[in-house]
Design a protein around this ligand. Structure first.
Ligand SMILES: Nc1ncnc2c1ncn2[C@@H]1O[C@H](COP(=O)(O)OP(=O)(O)O)[C@@H](O)[C@H]1O
Ligand SMILES: [Mg+2]
Length: 243
């Protein structure tokens, strides 16, 4: 991997579930070092697109590429091995384990010894500013810490792209802002690219370098936060009087 810029793309990706077209010919590109905000109403296809970009869903048409290489035959493990990692909407930790153990699990699963996994997990918690809760039981964590540890788990291992599916769901505005401060540091701190699904418009427009808007499985608009804020189609279909 090294410090070279990498690019994860969706090219004309289409996914159907029975009669429901979850995605219709969607193009998207994210590079290392940038945060892409993925927004759209419930059912817009955001999670389905993240599933495609991480090997959890095969596109019916179109393809996913990493640095131009066709990833169509890759499964989720192949994506993970190449540093494409994610959190799940409403994802849970192992309740009976400590924070440190929760972060060690994916490292051990990837083949590291317990000793090396422990060292890397500790280091990761430090870099994320949560070393202080390393020995707390996951079941005893406040919700916001639980989400931070979820992100730490995603970062445990190769990490070129981190895809965060509504990491701040259920948080207060203040908690959400706090979590976004962590998200904002990921490109500089870990050199990765980020896709962030987040409903709080003020927050997502603030932390993202670019925005992709889905509506009914189609791309409604894409551009800089400033361009999206003033995009007539987006305002009409989605933002309303909110922004
Ligand atoms: N596994 C599935 N089976 C059937 N329909 C699904 C499945 N996953 C998603 N859908 C449908 O696809 C559309 C897009 O869903 P999703 O990607 O979850 O949207 P979002 O994350 O933007 O809320 C919705 O209509 C949803 O009901
Ligand atoms: Mg979703």
């Amino acid at each position: 991997m090294g410090s070279d810029r990498q690019e994860l793309r969706a090219n004309a990706v289409t996914v159907s579930f029975g009669g429901v077209k979850a995605l219709q010919s969607v193009d998207l590109s994210v590079s290392t070092g940038e945060i892409l905000g993925l927004i759209g109403p419930n059912g817009a296809g955001k999670t389905t697109l993240v599933n495609c970009l991480t090997g959890f869903q095969r596109p019916a048409l179109g393809q996913i590429t990493l640095n131009g290489e066709n990833a169509s035959a890759w499964n989720a493990v192949d994506f993970r091995r190449r540093g494409i990692t994610r959190t799940f909407q409403g994802g849970r930790l192992f309740a009976d384990m400590t924070v440190l153990e929760n972060v060690e699990v994916p490292l051990v699963a990837s083949g590291l010894s317990r000793r090396v996994a422990r060292r890397e997990a500790s280091e990761l918690l430090k870099r994320l500013g949560i070393a202080g809760i390393a020995h707390n039981l996951a079941s005893a964590l406040p919700y916001t810490d639980e989400r931070r540890v979820g992100i730490a788990r995603a970062l445990a291992g190769p990490r070129n792209f981190v895809l965060l599916d509504e990491p701040a769901a259920g948080m207060s505005d203040v908690e959400c802002e706090e979590l976004m401060q962590v998200v904002q540091t990921l490109p500089a701190n870990f050199g990765c690219g980020v896709i962030l699904i987040e409903h709080n418009m003020t927050v997502v427009l603030k932390v993202s370098h670019k925005i992709h808007v889905l509506d009914g499985g189609r791309t409604l608009a894409e551009g800089t936060p400033q361009a999206i804020r003033t995009n007539a189609a987006v305002i009409e279909a989605y933002l309303g009087a909110e922004v």
